[in-house]
Design a protein around this ligand. Structure first.
Ligand SMILES: Nc1ncnc2c1ncn2[C@@H]1O[C@H](COP(=O)(O)OP(=O)(O)OP(=O)(O)O)[C@@H](O)[C@H]1O
Length: 290
């Protein structure tokens, strides 16, 4: 990459310096967040009193057993779901205080999203996909900006290709370039390597890491993969809608896998212990019903 391209790409709120991490307010903060889904007479509590800060220039992996609330946490942080209780702040703005229009604008300008299924527009080329968020915001893309983003993600030769002409890893890199072209306060990634083979996953994870270390990007990544989580500065473990443990950078994939296995076992034991009680409750209900 040329120096010019680097400069063009890096323009924006890049604050990766450790001092900036401590002084600036956290790009994303959850305070006492509860999310409850009402299903007829039943309620599912997906998040319970979650208070977490995601400091600038850090990558946090969110792990936990199936149903522990990982996606709900990501959706609340993105303003896709509104918490039943508590507050979510993005870049200091409280999402609960925003109407739908303001929320849409904040999502478009301040939040980048990467999914397991790359979610590219199939009729557009790689370059057009990357440019899309700028166009949607009514901004004219600086001609060098899209090219620099493609170059940075190793896609310079693929600018004119449509998603169907790209490999999975290339498509995810286009999705990444598109997610960060607006210099969002936070990049939210939901199983970003879930559809990729091991080798290709590592390439995408290295790019995520580089965004944090070079641009000061803040990343929250939901993953089931301990090897992916090992790229993060911090691993937050959820169980039954609550953060129950944290592992710090350098824990290593094996330690993360061991902690996850223990958590899954204790959750399974908890569920098994709860099952007879709910069965007897069901039996009891059955007994009074004709
Ligand atoms: N729209 C919804 N309506 C009702 N219940 C929901 C809804 N979305 C999620 N839930 C419930 O909330 C709980 C948390 O779900 P969530 O998808 O956040 O878990 P997860 O940890 O991401 O799970 P997985 O790893 O299986 O994707 C689950 O019990 C789920 O069934």
């Amino acid at each position: 990459m040329t120096k010019e391209q680097t400069t063009s790409w890096a323009a924006g709120p890049a604050v990766g310096h450790p001092a900036a991490r401590t002084e600036a307010p956290a790009p994303v903060e959850l305070r006492g967040v509860e999310k409850r889904y009402e299903e007829g007479e039943r309620a599912v509590v997906a998040l319970r009193d979650v208070t977490l800060q995601f400091p600038r220039g850090t990558m946090t992996a969110v792990m936990g057993p199936s149903g522990s609330g990982k996606s709900t946490l990501l959706h609340c942080a993105a303003g896709i779901e509104r918490p039943t209780r508590g507050r979510v702040l993005v870049d200091g703005a409280e999402l609960g205080g925003l109407d739908e229009n303001a929320l849409t604008l904040l999502r478009r300008d301040r939040i980048g999203f990467v999914f397991q299924a790359f979610n590219l527009v199939s009729a557009l080329t790689a370059a057009q996909n990357v440019e899309l968020p700028l166009r949607l915001a009514g901004r004219r893309a600086d001609p060098g900006q899209v090219a620099a983003a493609l170059e940075r993600f190793g896609l310079a030769e693929r600018a004119g290709h449509r998603p169907s002409e790209l490999s999975g890893g290339q498509q995810q890199r286009v999705a990444l370039a598109r997610a960060v072209i607006t210099h969002p306060a936070v990049l939210l990634a939901d199983e970003p390597t879930g559809a990729l083979d091991t080798h290709t996953s590592r390439g995408v994870l290295r790019l995520l890491r580089e965004l944090v270390d070079t641009n000061g990007q803040t990343i929250i990544m939901v993953t089931h993969d301990p090897a992916a989580a090992a790229y993060a500065d911090r691993v937050v473990l959820l169980a039954d809608g609550r953060p129950v443990d944290e592992l710090r950078a350098g824990a290593g994939a094996e330690a993360i896998a061991a902690r996850m296995a223990a958590l899954e076992e204790s959750t399974a034991v908890g569920n098994a212990a709860a099952a007879p009680a709910s069965r007897s409750a069901a039996d009891a209900r059955g007994a009074v019903q004709p």
